[in-house]
Design a protein around this ligand. Structure first.
Ligand SMILES: Cc1ncc(COP(=O)(O)O)c(C=O)c1O
Length: 366
């Protein structure tokens, strides 16, 4: 059993993907060009944002969003400690300081009610993460941001396609970002990402920043980065985007089925008005490491997203946080376990996972 069945997905779209890649090779237009422009207009249409700017990864999408907002040294950005390192890494890379606020255990996203007390005169932005494919409490977060004149950058690296009160992830804040890492809900065959905004000025700045700050050939208005998406990845994404809504429907069916099969497990709740793309199907279990080992021994692959919250990572020691500062993030890090999930998971595999999990939980408790 595969944790995420990317091989089955490739087999399903093989002819289209092979053809798209060959066309790029035949045209030898590998950087920017038609495939990238087509993808950007499809992504903007899909999310409802006025602009989609493709880029080299989800990490670079976050860095570029911060750069475009002019956030840097002396500024603070509030985010969740229970996320992939890239979220806080991007803040550090632009020279700003990360300030953490704890999560809500029901969905493992930042707990909006805790954000306001983390705001200081140095705060410039809030960066909620749409963890496991579900947006955070964006209405509350946007209202807090408006009251304090802050930008909101959605780290939507796991949530492309998710819905929040009728709006698509990427289009629920000042700037939204996503990742096209292969295992993401919409993944390419290497690294890739995108940034979304409906602010024309920010969009123009983002497009410049991701291409060495270039406004016209060899005219560099600002210091930027090489943050471009390549044409082969764009061509693959153009194919996969055509199948994406069908995949999301299958994801939703399989999620509901898991919820039913695992009714006793600590499944993550989908909030009111939200639609998750279930980037990860994660449960919370006691004796997590033992349960994972027992599952792996039964041939069920698992993963932990994430075993150590960011405030306890050595890389962020200088921020001065200690164990106990964000107890719910620490509890989640001890208990979460991601189960095999993708639109190509079979129902028979799901039954195997559910039975094995049931047994493993009982065995681990002995
Ligand atoms: C929440 C989150 N933020 C940022 C990233 C970074 O994306 P990438 O791997 O494309 O740089 C990821 C990807 O793993 C992620 O899950």
């Amino acid at each position: 059993m595969e944790f995420i069945n990317l091989k089955a997905q490739y087999t399903a779209y093989k002819d289209e993907i092979d053809g798209a890649v060959q066309r790029v090779c035949a045209n030898a237009a590998f950087i920017m060009g038609g495939e990238v422009a087509d993808l950007e207009s499809s992504l903007a249409k899909y999310t409802g944002a006025a602009h989609a700017i493709s880029c080299s990864s989800g990490t670079d999408a976050l860095v570029l969003a911060l750069m475009a907002l002019g956030i840097g040294c002396g500024d603070e950005v509030i985010t969740s400690p229970f996320t992939f390192i890239a979220t806080a890494e991007a803040i550090a890379l632009v020279g700003a300081t990360t300030v953490f606020a704890d999560i809500d255990l029901s969905d493992c996203n930042i707990y909006a009610a805790l954000i306001e007390r983390a705001i200081t005169p140095k705060t410039k932005a809030i960066m909620p993460v749409s963890l496991y494919g579900q947006c955070a409490d964006m209405d509350t977060i946007n209202a807090i941001a408006a009251r304090h004149n802050l930008a909101v950058i959605e780290d939507g690296c796991q949530s492309f396609g998710a819905l929040y009160r009728g709006k698509k992830s990427g289009n629920v804040s000042t700037i939204g970002t996503t990742s096209f890492f292969p295992s993401k809900p919409l993944g390419c065959y290497g690294d890739g990402g995108a940034i979304f905004t409906s602010d024309n000025e920010l969009a123009a700045r983002l497009a410049m920043l991701r291409n060495h700050g270039q406004s016209a050939r060899y005219e560099h208005k600002v210091v930027g980065i090489n943050g471009r998406l390549d044409a082969i990845q764009a061509a693959i994404l153009n194919v996969k985007l055509r199948h994406f809504d069908a995949e999301l429907s299958r994801r939703a069916e399989l999620r509901t089925r898991y919820d039913r099969l695992l009714a006793k497990g600590g499944v993550t709740v989908v909030g009111e008005g939200a639609k998750s793309v279930t980037a990860q199907y994660s449960v919370r279990v006691k004796h997590r490491d033992r349960v994972a080992a027992l599952l792996n021994a039964k041939g069920v692959p698992t993963a932990v997203h994430y075993p150590k919250p960011l405030h306890l990572q050595e890389a962020f020691a200088a921020l001065g946080y200690a164990r106990g500062d964000f107890p719910l993030s620490e509890q989640a890090a001890d208990e979460v376990l991601s189960l095999p999930f993708s639109p190509f998971l079979t129902e028979a595999e799901q039954d195997t996972v559910a039975n094995a999990l049931d047994e493993a939980i009982k065995e681990a408790a002995c």
